[in-house]
Design a protein around this ligand. Structure first.
Ligand SMILES: Cc1ncc(COP(=O)(O)O)c(C=O)c1O
Length: 452
């Protein structure tokens, strides 16, 4: 008994925790050895913090997030119940309030969760539960979830998991959902939810949300905005008018997903679901024999699909928002603006080079383009070759399927293969604005080397 501190003595408790951690660590040589091995395993990986890393939607967490996470980590707070971590649960509620306020919903119901995929699952499930409550819902009927062909793949999979059907809607040359095509699907009825994407995975396209919201409002449909990638861009002051209008229309959605682990500078494991109408919380109603017995406390597990969730993630986001508040014109917003400016600069440089076939101007900070060739088959081979050559020179890009037979035809390319693969660059890091000339140079050199 004597080795445990008096819980009423904070100083004793602190030094006990420290000594326990020291005892728990393996002896120094073993620790050094395992960490060295770990480093060796990581060595071959490209560093996503480098400005020449543009392959995927990865950017390193901010230092304050890493430090706050580490500070809280060893105490293993669990935000499912208020008494699993009162401090971190309160921080989570503050974060949700701030993220809601970003979209004009300071009173939204919401919580953090593991990622955009599970956050979207939750939104679709809530939409289905609300649809089932409607008097007109046909028992045994299969409600539709409708989203663009460029929406994240998780929506189609979620629809099938939830016993719903996924109906893809055509996009324009920018990769944005076509409202007239959406209208045609809606006229068929049986729709439980429309998913609009603000920042599509392949192109960073932003669906015309104001028009989509009007179509949903006419029919009383649940509108879910998957703003996993692009939600934070609501703060950017340099977007084109259409994109701005769509981001401003986020307030008209019924549910929003935004991922702090994408543009919010957080470690992975941090997405957020927001619900405009707090009464949607009724769908979560459940009992737990072992928890939630104080009904006056805000137990986050009572309004979330996941049970255990890291208090450390909430603490990291909370600390980051204190250092970098989400205000227009602030340092965080200016980082997003620089990323968009970098994407535009890269797109202009690619447009001026006949080696490439570009799509319309990027709306956020993702640029996708093709290699000019006689047909899409050769263009796809060229894109693969450029990607590999560039990687050898330290420039990391990803491959993406490009939409739009029209863009290929405009460039005089035959549609002679199953798909048209192009290159994709995610310019998420503000410092990449200064690196665009170097990126362009490396691309031109890779294209020369592989004789594009
Ligand atoms: C628009 C969109 N939705 C959902 C997701 C899935 O998010 P996560 O990878 O956090 O599960 C992504 C991932 O890139 C995305 O871009």
């Amino acid at each position: 008994m004597h080795e445990f501190p008096d819980p009423r003595d904070a100083g004793q408790a602190r030094s006990w925790r420290r000594s326990r951690m020291a005892q728990a660590a393996p002896p120094a040589p073993a620790l050094r050895q395992v960490l060295r091995h770990l480093e060796q395993r990581l060595r071959a990986e490209p560093d996503c913090a480098h400005p020449l890393y543009l392959a995927h939607m990865r950017k390193p967490p901010h230092e304050v997030a890493r430090l706050a996470y580490a500070q809280v980590l060893h105490r293993q707070f669990n935000n499912h119940a208020f008494d699993g971590g009162e401090a971190t649960s309160s921080m989570e509620l503050e974060c949700v309030r701030q993220l809601g306020a970003l979209f004009g919903w300071p009173d939204a119901l919401g919580h953090l969760c593991g990622g955009g995929t599970v956050a979207n699952l939750e939104a679709l499930w809530l939409a289905r539960e609300s649809w089932l409550e409607q008097p007109g819902a046909v028992a045994g009927g299969v409600p539709l979830v409708v989203g663009s062909t460029q929406a994240h793949y998780c929506h189609a999979r979620h629809a099938s998991m939830l016993g719903m059907a996924w109906e893809p809607v055509a996009v324009d040359a920018c990769g944005r959902m076509l409202p007239q095509a959406l209208r045609r699907v809606l006229e068929r009825g049986e729709v439980a939810c429309v998913v609009a994407t603000l920042g599509t995975p392949a192109l960073g396209a932003v669906d015309p949300l104001a028009q989509i919201a009007a179509l949903c409002a006419e029919r009383g449909l649940h509108l879910h905005a998957d703003a996993s990638y692009g939600g934070y861009h609501a703060l950017a002051g340099n977007l084109d008018a259409d994109t701005r209008r769509s981001l401003d229309a986020l307030r008209e959605a019924d549910s929003i997903v935004v991922d702090p682990h994408k543009h919010g500078l957080q470690p992975y494991g941090c997405a957020c679901v927001l619900l405009r109408d707090r009464s949607l919380g009724r769908h979560y109603a459940h009992q737990a024999d072992y928890a939630y017995h104080d009904p006056t406390q805000p137990h986050l597990g009572r309004i979330a699909l996941e049970c255990s969730r890291p208090g450390a993630a909430a603490a990291a986001l909370w600390a980051t928002l204190r250092v970098l508040p989400m205000v227009r014109g602030g340092a965080f917003a200016s980082g997003l603006e620089r990323s968009h400016a970098a994407a535009l600069q890269l797109w202009r440089a690619l447009s001026a080079d006949p080696t490439w076939v570009v799509l319309p101007q990027p709306q956020l900070d993702v640029v996708a383009w093709g290699v000019r060739a006689g047909g899409v088959q050769q263009a796809s081979r060229g894109a693969r070759a450029v990607q590999q050559r560039a990687r050898a020179a330290g420039l990391h890009l990803s491959l993406t399927r490009l939409p739009g037979a029209a863009a290929a035809a405009d460039a005089g390319m035959a549609w002679d293969g199953p798909e048209w693969l192009g290159l994709r660059a995610c310019l998420m890091k503000p410092e990449q604005l200064d690196w665009v000339p170097r990126i362009v140079e490396e691309l031109a050199s890779a294209a020369r080397d592989v004789a594009c």
